[in-house]
Write a protein that binds this ligand. Structure first.
Ligand code: IMP
Length: 436
């Protein structure tokens, strides 16, 4: 098989089950690279009777022998990263020697969380419903060219000078906004200098490493966090995260040319969920939505917040496929729909009486959209754990065929449960060929 480098990313608003899929497919790759976001992500992976929630470390870490890298596009809370490493190592997973962290990734500090809390709670501010991890303010500092990168943190002289400057600025803002939260900056500085020593052995020029590995024919899987509709440029702005969760983010967030990446695979639930504020055309806030939440265990892996649930949204998926050019789609949590005798699917949006062909940019328009739904027969039959497409009830196959026809994207894989083997990879699909 020729070298094929793939991106796997969320086709909806995150939480599509990418963790399991990356873990599963990483068997066929040498390196798994995370390219954006931070510890706002929560990738749940079940292996046997063990359940792992990975926030920063790519899901490939659960496959012995694979190298995992955290690219420059990720924002890193060193305390969270070290904690995650310790948890994995305590569970017998070897991390040291297999994880590399980009020296160009930006660092999250406690004052970022403080700023985020202030902007989420200040009267009159639009509340985004963030994960409160300081992600947005850390990216703000990066774009404003005053952020502190891992490379800076490792050079104590550079770090102390930059830290003093940024602290002065944060203190000014805190005073102006009357933020009362006491932060001990001297303690913070020495704590971060301590983190630097613990991180030093992992830090590398990840872009160089990945490019050289590709030169040698090693295969790379790029792991997206969050989802396309949370992308800072293409999502439901301003109700988005602060990074590029879309395919382009893989290139800038690791330092690999798009010309070296061969295909993009989207992951979508058989329905849809969203956490936090913002428009959600197919949201189901009645009993049917609650049942989906219960059956799908739709509670945030990081924050525990109940996820908002709704029906599969075809126009949304067509949009996210356009932005990412999906070669194939993985549909997860099909079994959550097993109880239904009828399944609504949104096929179009109506806005002020007319049908929309394109995804509106204004959040207000998206809030006002009415989903036009078609109702498909359910299968009322257990599909949990099925491993062969032909074992799926005919109505489940028709449902998937309908989604495929309407979205124009092949469904190459179906997940029927959280375990690795509760998966149907369709033989002969583009995805099966890409995986080799
Ligand atoms: P932030 O990324 O913490 O700034 O949050 C911005 C928005 O993205 C909020 O609506 C969050 O709920 C959402 N979000 C961030 N990370 C995830 C994720 O991993 N899954 C689902 N939603 C997320």
């Amino acid at each position: 098989m020729d070298q094929t480098n793939l991106i796997i990313l969320g086709a909806q608003w995150g939480d599509e089950g990418k963790g399991k899929i990356v873990d599963l497919f990483s068997e066929r790759f040498d390196i798994v690279a995370r390219y954006q976001g931070g510890h706002n992500a929560g990738h749940t992976v079940e292996v046997g009777d063990r359940r792992f929630i990975l926030q920063l470390i790519p899901s490939g870490i659960l496959r012995p022998g694979k190298t995992v890298v955290i690219g420059n596009g990720v924002v890193i809370d060193p305390g969270a990263l070290l904690q995650e490493m310790e948890t994995l190592e305590a569970a017998g997973i070897q991390v040291r020697g297999r994880l590399l962290v980009s020296h160009r990734a930006h660092v999250i500090f406690p004052f970022h969380r403080m700023m985020e809390k202030a902007s989420e709670t200040r009267p009159g501010q639009v509340r985004i419903g963030t994960t409160s991890r300081g992600i947005g303010p850390a990216y703000e500092d990066k774009i404003a060219r005053r952020g502190i990168r891992i490379a800076d943190l490792l050079d104590s002289e550079t770090f102390c000078a930059q830290f003093e400057q940024i602290v002065r600025e944060k203190q000014l803002i805190a005073r102006a906004l009357q933020i009362e939260e006491p932060l001990d900056f001297a303690e913070m500085r020495s704590r971060y200098l301590g983190y630097a020593e613990r991180l030093r052995p992992l830090v590398a020029d990840v872009a160089l490493y990945v490019n050289r590995a590709m030169d040698q024919g090693r295969r790379v899987l790029f792991e997206g966090a969050q989802g396309t509709m949370l992308d800072i440029d293409h999502g439901t702005y301003p109700f988005v995260t602060s990074s590029n969760a879309t395919a382009g983010g893989a290139s800038t967030g690791v330092g690999v040319s798009p010309a070296r990446i061969h295909a993009v695979v989207g992951v979508s639930k058989a329905y849809i969920t969203r956490v936090g504020e913002g428009p959600f055309p197919t949201e189901c806030d009645d009993q049917a939505g609650q049942t989906l939440r219960q059956r799908g265990q739709e509670f945030g892996a990081v924050t525990g917040r109940p996820r908002r649930c709704g029906w599969f949204d075809v126009p949304l998926l067509r949009y996210t496929s356009t932005i990412n050019h999906f070669a194939s789609l993985v549909v997860t949590k099909l079994d959550v729909l097993d109880h239904l005798s009828e399944i609504p699917v949104c096929t179009a949006y109506r806005h002020r009486g007319s049908l929309l062909d394109e995804m509106p940019a204004l959040a207000r328009d998206l809030e006002q959209i009415e989903p036009v739904c078609e109702t498909l027969p359910g299968w009322n039959w257990p599909t949990a754990g099925l491993r062969d497409y032909s074992e799926l009830p005919p109505a489940a196959q028709s449902y998937l065929q309908y989604l495929e026809d309407r979205t124009g994207v092949e469904i190459g894989c179906v997940s029927t449960g959280p375990q690795r083997d509760q998966t149907i990879l369709r033989p002969g699909s583009k995805l099966a060929k890409l995986l080799g």
